[in-house]
Design a protein around this ligand. Sequence first.
Ligand code: PMP
Length: 325
Amino acid sequence: MYKLTETNWIWRDGEFIRWSDAQIHVLSHSVQFGSSVFEGIRCYSTARGPAIFRLQDHLQRMTDSAKIYRMELAYSVDELVAACCELVERNELDSCYLRPMVIRGYGAASMVPFASPIHVYLPCWPWGTYLGEGALENGVDACVASWNRVAPNTIPAMAKIAGNYLGGQLIKMEALAKGFAEAIALGTDGMLSEGSGQNLFLVRKGALHTPPIDGTLLPGITRETVLSLASDAGIPIREEPLPREMLYVADEVFLSGTASEITPIRSVDKITVGAGKPGPVTKELQRLFMATVRGETEDPHGWLTYVRAERADARSLGGRASANR
Ligand code: PMP
């Protein structure tokens, strides 16, 4: 579940290269100093073929992450949208996970990055349930991590950049070493923050609670999706600082993220959450989320990019452009 499955093609700086040709020098700045901005995006199988969920929003977040680190992208969000659709089509995948990356390459000797060129890679591969079989249906057991998340104004939590995941790795490895599927980390103020790669929600007395964007967590696109679905469903929402002990007295707890989707938590630190199985609010949000990403409901926000339609448009535009020449 945590291992890569190779596909044929990777997009690099405007062209498609073989998976095995996507190599970089060991002295690339991103390897030495963690300066690789990235995204994680899911493409779902729908009745209208593969559809990428919130592709523009993910690519905009990647562009924003790059901006925070003074990295200028040579490609617009629209150009990257087109490239992602071509990538999925070329790899002949019906559903997959996309991992766009913007890396600082080879050239700079020190952490001062400007002598290194910036490269954009778009890989994708098939990926099943991130937190293991049955995780979505039954929930998983979690613990509170002994490692804190970064403090505000240290390393920007809003930027999705490789270096940030050193903390995430420690949090996740601690969970696995202790026999849990996932860990929930606190900020340095002791308040709840997020999982190693997911945002945190809990339900108490019918209201949905989640920590605010406080400089310790990534503003997740699934988080925003959950808040939007909950608001449409009339579920009261409280974005507010939450103490650790709220986990133990919550009726329901779940994690949200692109890889993890909506994963219920059935215990924290071996204390049973609610009835020890996914609760009604979690299940309803899961149902709404899955129906949305699979294109089974209306898409008022335009969250799905249908790969075939996008490619057909690109071809007809290309055809018209060349006919005009
Ligand atoms: N927090 C962290 C640290 C993450 O890595 C992720 C996954 N990208 C999330 C939260 C959830 O974000 P999203 O819903 O955009 O995948």
